[in-house]
Design a protein. Structure first.
Length: 318
């Protein structure tokens, strides 16, 4: 039987699906399904009429919670799927046409055709716990930022405002404490050793794990560095080579923030990476540049620990 590629454009109430046959690379069908069980069953019926599930390649853009129900349904139906970075699809569309057409029908076909050009890396099974952990860590980050906002306001508050702000601060502290307990509970469900790396605590480890997800998605540590957005931009044209390259800051800002917090801790406390930070400073590097170098080195360590599923060993990594 022929292989089929299914691109799905995710939205709140409905999903646009495009099915392309690998045999002739032509569109077999385009269908719109509702974002509910009835719509998912309709898609499942179409899939079973086409080929064996092993010959089906399904892909859609990473769109937060809108795709969660579909992901759970596909996993329970023993079907694999691949989440795609929206930036990759956008760049693929630009490479194929100069027209700036943006419709759900065009997008789902672009996803299906993009799937045909890359190595199919299905999402890991049991992703629900990882999604829950990500939701909790991101909520915690939001509460921490709110608490910081109120902390700044307290310095310029009147007596009545001061009492209100302190009450809000205390409320946020209790919420953050409760979240920490839940995050720890979910983190323990994973066979993860990120917390054994000096400078990374349990909450930091949980945040990094939740943002990275399945480490097998990344072919090497450089891919993970790029996903975190801490890789340098490269600008070169003809005889020109830029010497002032900035950090790309693409990918997950939550992952980047967590890694930089850990890198800052490593740079100023007793850690094998502290010597690396001092070395960069001795070379005349600015503090932020040196911390960025530590962050990149730390990311390679994170990649190795997740890949090998073993505790951190200083002699091996530093």
């Amino acid at each position: 039987m022929s292989m089929y590629f299914i691109g799905i454009d995710i939205s709140k109430y409905k999903h646009d699906c495009c099915i392309i046959s690998a045999a002739n690379q032509k569109v077999v069908s385009k269908v719109i399904i509702k974002n509910n069980k009835a719509g998912f069953n309709e898609l499942l019926t179409i899939i079973h009429s086409l080929a064996n599930p092993a010959d089906i390649r399904i892909g859609f853009e990473s769109t937060a919670h809108y795709a969660l129900n579909l992901e759970l349904f596909l996993e329970n139906s023993l079907l694999t799927f691949m989440e795609v970075n929206p930036v990759l699809i956008s760049e693929y569309k630009k490479s194929k046409t100069l027209r700036r057409t943006k419709t759900d029908s065009v997008d789902c076909e672009s996803i299906a055709r993009w799937l045909m050009t890359v190595e199919y890396k299905p999402h890991s099974k049991g992703f629900y716990h990882a999604y829950s952990l990500k939701s909790l860590t991101r909520l915690r980050d939001k509460l921490i930022r709110q608490r910081s906002f109120y902390l700044v306001k307290i310095t310029n508050a009147f007596s009545f405002q001061l009492k209100q702000l302190i009450d809000r601060m205390n409320f946020l502290d209790k919420q953050i404490e409760a979240l920490d307990c839940q995050i720890l509970e979910y983190y323990e469900k994973f066979d993860c050793y990120l917390h054994t790396i000096p400078g990374i605590g349990i909450i930091g480890a949980a945040t990094i794990l939740a943002e990275i997800g399945d480490i097998s998605r990344f072919k090497n540590s450089s891919a993970l560095v790029a996903f975190a957005g801490i890789d340098p931009t490269v600008r070169q044209s003809g005889e020109f080579n830029s010497t002032h390259n900035h950090m790309s800051k693409r990918g997950s800002p939550y992952l980047r923030h967590a890694i930089f917090l850990a890198a800052t801790t490593c740079s100023f406390h007793n850690s094998p990476l502290n010597a690396y930070y001092k070395k960069k400073r001795d070379q005349g590097k600015h503090h932020l540049t040196a911390t960025g170098a530590v962050a990149r080195k730390l990311t390679t360590i994170i990649y190795a620990v997740l890949r090998d599923s073993k505790p951190y060993e200083p002699k091996k990594f530093c």
